[in-house]
Design a protein around this ligand. Sequence first.
Ligand SMILES: Cc1cc2nc3c(=O)[nH]c(=O)nc-3n(C[C@H](O)[C@H](O)[C@H](O)COP(=O)(O)OP(=O)(O)OC[C@H]3O[C@@H](n4cnc5c(N)ncnc54)[C@H](O)[C@@H]3O)c2cc1C
Length: 481
Amino acid sequence: MDTDVLVVGAGPTGMTLANELLTAGVSTLLVDRMARRSGLSKAGGVQSRTLEALDQRGLLEPLLATGDHPVAAGHFAGIPLPLDSDGHRLPWRSVPQVVIEGFFERHLAEHGLHARRDHELTGLAQDEDGVTAAFADGSALRARHLVAADGAHSTVRSLLRAAFPGQPGTLTIIAADVRLGGTDPAASHTWNEDGHWAALFPLGTDAQGRPLRRLVLGGPGRSLPRETPVTEDEIRDGLTTVFGTGVRLLELRYARRITNASRQVERYRHGRVFLAGDAAHVHLPLGAQGMNTGMQDAFNLGWKLGAAVHGWAPEHLLDTYHAERHPAGAAVLRNVRAQSLLMDWAGTRDPDVLATREVFTAMAQLPDVRRHLADLMSGTAVRYPMPGTGAHPLVGRPAPDLDLGTARVHELLRSGRGVLLDPADAFAKLAAPWTGRVDRTDRVAPGAGTGPMLIRPDGYVCWAGGDGLEAALGHWFGEPS
Ligand SMILES: Cc1cc2nc3c(=O)[nH]c(=O)nc-3n(C[C@H](O)[C@H](O)[C@H](O)COP(=O)(O)OP(=O)(O)OC[C@H]3O[C@@H](n4cnc5c(N)ncnc54)[C@H](O)[C@@H]3O)c2cc1C
């Protein structure tokens, strides 16, 4: 074997996974076909759940220290959600994808992991013991496991002939990175009576400190074939149509057409090969869910591969990656489809759509509905199915970041091991055989407000309450040693 795990694709999914594998102490190779990292701005923000997961690895503070990354306003289908609507300790942050990729690249390099660039995977074969990957330059690498984080047009997915069902793209819209002058449009989403619309999101500043924006434009007649180059005139025309002559295009840095294709791979696991990120799911870019969902795939998969490589993974553990992340991805695809319908991306002005939007907008003012939508867009609504490890309401959910008096729960997870909160010091003997995989702590301040709880390395509660701890430890952390 050249390595334990070969990660194909050094985008946000691949780099997050590489970091999880390093944390798990697994030898990892990361390859990418591009000679250098793309400088394109893509997703613009980090959801609460991703911020939590970064905090669980001690990466949140250093990431936020890379620049000015303000708390960002969320929205669902263009309906603003108030900043604090999810009451979350870590509300949504505006951190462009390029910043995240640069941050991970430096962080991995500091830990000795440099992506092998100019390395395009072209072939794949797997057997009982491992996977052999062939590259365009004629070289080959062999690994125990391979993860396809090679994006929406995944080569690995094609080579596996993996079913990728869903809806093909039926329309395109324009996404552009721009600098604007003139009147500042107040709203992030603006619709015209004739169906033309525009959305604007902050993208930080350029080298001279001038604000950059992501502009998204759509409406009747705007849906051209995907390959058609976007012209400056088209952007100017779009701006004038929606905002009038008050808003001017000062600089067009980059523009492309994106489609509303919505697809999800049928199986996330193919033997020793796993699909993650855009390689597993594609949808319209709404709320940076593509990047965040990919990073969450990586947090879910990393420790499980670590357990398999170290030889203590229970038989079913690697299968739980599909069982947990496929429903989570499907939920994202559903909310994106609902949003694109409510936003009338096609610019149809269909009276049924407008009526639905009106009713939905009124409903979205109700506190419980706002909370539900905010949880959805924060990534915190995910509950993993965990059959067999208890019916406690916390099971399957992200662990609350309680202050235990000595440390916060998320700080305890920085080891990359599981955590057992044992406030009554009742489980020392029972949990001892899992030492090295699970850190038990009874240093819980009386006011911390928690009972016993078992938390996986990815921060999800996998047991809580009274009975069944031994079975849960065996279920998630393997045979006692
Ligand atoms: C221009 C653009 C704008 C976007 N804007 C938004 C947005 O505003 N909001 C939003 O939520 N999302 C947006 N997205 C989507 C978001 O960027 C993706 O969801 C995110 O990048 C997914 O990360 P990933 O790591 O899974 O895949 P990617 O970031 O696509 O990374 C895949 C990597 O694999 C490499 N690769 C591909 N094939 C091979 C191969 N055969 N061998 C080796 N390496 C290979 C590629 O070079 C690439 O580096 C945008 C995407 C693009 C392209």
